[in-house]
Unconditional design. Structure first.
Length: 580
């Protein structure tokens, strides 16, 4: 029952008149449009003025100041009465007993009954699979042209607004909600008219339940993976098309080089270069350099005999014919660290020691790693100088150059743009650790270290809202942890950056680099990753359905490399041809 209305008594009755009061109750104070409300009550008065009294039921709309008669009746012998009413709008009811003989008129206090607007919706749906859309049409009664309705979805025990729509002249509106992979399962929708006037109370439409199924290509990927420890994320235009175990943190192997490249490009830019220099603190007199000649590196991984020849020519051009000291390679700017958390005992077999002054990849003619590249660079420069007629008194060596050494010659590295091609396509660990130390020294100051490079990568990742654990720059660390979800988000960052096309172009395509025996007929640009029983593939693939490049990341563990690569390739082919 609704709230009890207050009693109303006629004032100043005539002498001898019998006064009365009317009490009113309603069956509800809030009803849906079209539902009846029952108004009951009792007339209390003298015995002769209670039974068979005529009554008038009056109603005043919320937007009106005038009562209108909406019903008539009589009281029972005991003064009770009842009316049933249906109204489209909210309003106040009152009951009046007109004067009759000696029975004075009586009027009840008004009682408010609010009426919800009626919201009706229809849904047209063809395929209810991921990527499909439905047509929803809604109307509101009483008509509310120009007002708004809200399309809502049930999530986590609450309704959230998906879209706000404006009602047209016929009080109708339509929407076309679409469903992504995360909508798989039961989706509940409703349309709501939030009260925008006093005429009606807020009305909610019926809940519409839909079951969204995986698209065929998603089922194929799901069935391929089965119960294997494999994560997949696929994105397009800043949204996720499909994910499987996307937030499980896995070891990325050489996908770390992809993250390194992003951090490098963002901080240094595609055209960044570093110089390999020759410096000395000694004076030059009559063609004689009266001290040592220093070769100083800044992290160029491509320094070789040609670099030393170019430096030698510049020294000769200065008129130097004799070096009274010796040629020495600088061991500064990078530490000689050659390890990282998560590296296995054999990690050094796969990467030469990264030094600021490298020479010939820091390997000897037999391909063995060397620990004295600075001395070897000094020996090469000595040989070139002597070939050009400059005598050098002392034997080549290495050490820390004096603080007051002044540059006398320099050779720039290639721009970062082509260096990244050399890093990413063959997945070169030496380039990665060299460039990582260079990044770390630029960000945190010298000396460059593997740890500083890893921290710089982590810092860039965090600045873009993703959290990974990075311990090195090459991906040799089994302690690195990333997620496919995070990698795709970072690929979106790269795509929007000025340097995004540089990264895209540096990655191997199908049949190229580390993909030379893979995906030859697929439009793909991706970075591989391989450690023992660990595999990764992340980058871009052409999605034929969207006629656009989509981002993807696949990380797995516990499988032989050939099996993991086979699954990765099948998934990428499905993405290119069946992303629908």
């Amino acid at each position: 029952m609704g709230a009890l209305a207050l009693t109303a008594t006629v004032l100043a009755p005539a002498a001898g008149a019998v006064t009365g009061t009317i009490e009113v109750l309603t069956s509800a104070t809030l009803v849906d449009l079209g539902n009846a409300v029952t108004i009951t009550g009792t007339l209390s008065s003298g015995p002769a003025c209670v039974g068979d009294r005529s009554l008038v039921l009056e109603w005043r709309a919320m937007d009106s100041g005038v009562y209108a008669t909406v019903g008539q009746g009589t009281t029972g012998a005991d003064g009770t009465f009842a009316f049933e009413q249906t109204q489209q709008h909210s309003g106040r009811y009152r009951v009046t007993a007109p004067a009759a003989g000696s029975c004075e008129a009586a009027v009840s206090d008004p009682v408010l009954v609010r009426v919800r607007a009626r919201v009706e919706s229809t849904l047209l749906a063809g395929s209810l699979t991921v990527g499909s859309c439905v047509e929803l049409t809604a109307s509101v009664t009483p008509p509310k042209p120009g007002q708004v309705i809200q399309l809502e979805r049930r999530r986590g025990g609450a309704w959230e607004v998906l879209q706000t729509l404006t009602l047209d002249a016929s009080s109708r509106a339509s929407a076309s909600p679409c469903f992504a992979w995360e909508d798989v399962g039961v989706v509940k929708l409703r349309v709501r008219w939030p009260a925008q006037d006093e005429v009606n109370a807020t009305g909610n439409g019926s809940t519409l339940g839909l079951r969204i199924e995986l698209a065929r290509w998603m089922r194929r990927i799901r069935d391929l993976i089965g119960r294997r420890a494999m994560s997949v994320s696929v994105g397009e235009a800043g949204g996720f098309l499909y994910e499987r175990a996307p937030r499980v943190r896995r070891t990325p192997a050489s996908n770390t080089k992809l993250l390194l490249s992003m951090a490098l490009l963002d901080r240094l830019g595609p055209d960044d270069v570093v110089d390999t220099r020759v410096a000395s603190a000694a004076e030059i007199r009559h063609g004689v350099l009266r001290g040592d000649l220093w070769v100083v590196g800044r992290g160029d991984p491509e320094v070789d005999a040609g670099t030393m020849a170019a430096l030698a020519r510049q020294v000769v051009a200065l008129g130097i014919t004799r070096v009274a000291g010796r040629v020495r390679g600088a061991t500064t700017y990078f530490l000689h660290d050659w390890d990282a958390p998560g590296w296995h005992d054999n990690a050094r077999d796969y990467v030469a020691m990264p030094t600021a002054l490298a020479f010939e990849g820091n390997v000897d003619r037999r391909g063995r790693h060397v620990t004295d590249p600075e001395k070897r660079a000094a020996r090469a420069l000595t040989g070139r100088l002597e070939k050009f007629g400059v005598s050098v008194r002392g034997r080549p060596g290495a050490g820390r150059p004096p603080a007051d050494a002044i540059d006398v010659a320099s050779v720039p590295s290639r721009r970062l743009r082509p260096v990244l091609v050399r890093l990413l396509r063959p997945s070169d660990n030496f380039y990665a650790e060299m460039l990582g130390k260079r990044l770390g020294a630029d960000r945190s100051g010298p000396p460059g270290t593997i740890a500083k490079g890893a921290a710089a990568i982590e810092g860039w990742i965090a600045s873009n809202g993703v959290s990974f654990d990075v311990n090195d720059n090459s991906g040799l660390s089994y302690a690195n942890r990333v997620s496919t979800h995070g990698i795709v988000r970072l690929l979106w960052v790269a795509e929007a950056a000025p340097w995004g096309r540089t990264l895209f172009g540096a990655l191997p395509s199908g049949g190229q680099g580390t993909l030379r025996h893979r995906l030859a007929s697929v439009q793909v640009r991706a970075k591989t990753g391989t450690l023992t029983d660990i595999s990764a593939l992340s980058g871009w693939v052409w999605l034929e359905r969207f006629e656009a490049w989509g981002e993807f990341s696949i990380l797995s563990s516990g499988m032989p490399k050939d099996r993991a690569s086979e699954l990765e390739d099948k998934i990428v082919r499905i993405l290119q041809n069946q992303a629908r």
